[in-house]
Design a protein around this ligand. Structure first.
Ligand code: PLP
Length: 440
């Protein structure tokens, strides 16, 4: 068979998070990408309203990253990170640590957001044990949270569809309530006014299980994958206070909010709340090479460093942790971010984005609009008896009109590359406005 014959056979690839049979009847193929656009197989330029999957923060096909990756493959294609090292891994970790507020000054490398989450959960459990608090084994997540698809991530995650067919998952996990409150907060611009008190649900869960049994709470600072649930004002600070009071580690999952999405390097900076661990991936390499990183505080790292020097402190790691090609991609990505001021650029365009997004209020089916930084969501009323159908229609129509959006349930989610121009923001919302007027 020729390569064309193989690629025309759509059967073998079991596509992730996709309606395989529906897609294969009418495939949407991307064959190229540059800056703000994809090129489709039928030769159209598709405006990327989602930075791929919330990851291509620097825009597509950035020469500096492409060159760094090519050079690295030729120079050192692979090096093990177990009992061996290569300079770029240390350079990248030091550079990342310098970007984070203290005391988050150690970095563990993974290959994805899911692996970052599993890593952070394992570090949290092992930390308490290292401190002599081995009864602290329970992990807490939040309803409507998304933390990837590993068994750890789906256990602390709060999306029933991602959990219900996968057995018992981790035991000892519980969830605090989500923060979504459309009755009080619909059409809020930025952080909602109401709901800081939802953090007190954590006290309730702690009272049930007792703090002596709880290791950590993981939350996304902004819950993106379940439809952009922006934390109410004061909510995250309150979570931090409660965790401190009970010696519970706080983990921020910044796989999406990390690397400039909110107009600050990390959500940690935006909300001025410092957790004990931060999970990242996606924007770390601008999506070019798979890579994740977990930041942890010196308090945690130091707790592992008490054992005799010849002992391995953490029995955890991946064949591709700190892969040289990923490190090179990330270092070049950080250069692009620094040279172009991309980690703070969103603070300059966020107001324009917010105004353009909220101009869709009043259009057919729109029941809520939410935003923060360069993230937006438009929630549509579901068609009775056919949830998800309306938003999926919008997705297909937008794609026909050369715009890539993402939908979850009946919510349209937007998160373009951080290099977007104002005229392209206008284009996104002009297209969407037309689409919303046309769908059933
Ligand atoms: N955590 C969050 C907050 C995410 O948004 C995602 C992916 O969207 C993940 C974890 C999982 O990342 P990955 O798909 O790279 O495993």
């Amino acid at each position: 068979m020729t390569s064309a014959q193989y690629s025309n056979n759509l059967e073998a690839f079991w596509m992730p998070f996709t309606a395989n049979r529906q897609f294969k009847q009418n495939p949407r193929m991307l064959v190229g990408a540059k800056d703000m656009h994809y090129t489709s197989a039928d030769g159209r330029q598709i405006l990327d309203g989602t930075a791929g999957l919330w990851c291509v923060n620097a825009g597509h096909g950035r020469t500096k990253i492409v060159e760094a990756v090519s050079k690295q493959v030729a120079e050192l294609d692979y090096a093990p990170a177990f009992q061996m090292g290569h300079p770029k891994a240390f350079e990248l970790a030091a550079r990342l640590a310098a970007m984070m507020p203290k005391p988050l000054d150690h970095v563990f490398f993974t290959n994805s957001g899911s692996e970052s989450v599993d890593t952070a959960l394992k570090i949290a459990l092992a930390y308490h044990r290292a401190k002599g608090n081995g009864t602290k084994y329970r992990l807490l997540g939040r309803e409507r949270g998304y933390h990837g698809v590993g068994f750890g991530g789906i256990s602390v995650g709060g999306i029933s569809g991602n959990r219900k067919t996968f057995g018992t998952m981790l035991t000892g996990v519980d969830h605090i309530r989500h923060t979504h409150d459309p009755a009080r907060n619909a059409f809020s611009r930025g952080q909602p006014e109401f709901g800081a008190e939802f953090a007190d649900d954590l006290e309730k869960v702690i009272a049930l299980h007792d703090a002596s049994n709880i290791a950590a709470l993981i939350v996304e600072p902004v819950a993106c994958s379940t439809g952009v649930l922006v934390p109410p004002k004061g909510y995250l600070k309150r979570l931090r206070e409660i965790c401190d009071k009970h010696d519970i580690l706080l983990i921020f999952d910044e796989v999406i909010t990390g690397f400039g999405r909110l107009g600050t390097p990390f959500a940690v900076d935006y909300f001025d709340v410092i957790p004990d661990l931060v999970t990242t991936a996606k924007g770390l390499t601008s999506g070019v090479v798979p890579m994740g990183a977990v930041f942890c505080s010196s308090k945690i790292y130091d707790a592992f460093m008490d054992a005799p020097e010849n002992t391995i402190e953490l029995f955890h790691g991946y064949t591709y942790s700190a892969h040289p090609v990923a490190c090179a991609a990330s270092l070049a990505t950080l250069d692009v971010y620094a040279e172009e001021g991309l980690l703070t650029r969103v603070s300059e365009i966020a107001q324009y984005w917010e105004d353009a997004l909220h101009s869709l209020k009043g259009l057919p089916h729109v029941i809520d609009i939410r935003n923060l930084g360069l993230i937006g969501a438009i929630e549509l009323e579901s068609i009775p008896g056919a949830p998800t159908k309306r938003a999926f229609q919008a997705f297909l129509k937008a794609y026909e009109r050369n715009l890539l959006i993402r939908t979850t349930g009946d919510i349209i989610a937007l998160s373009p590359p951080l290099v977007i121009e104002k005229s392209q923001i206008d284009e996104i919302f002009d297209t969407l406005s037309g689409v919303l007027k046309e769908i059933d």
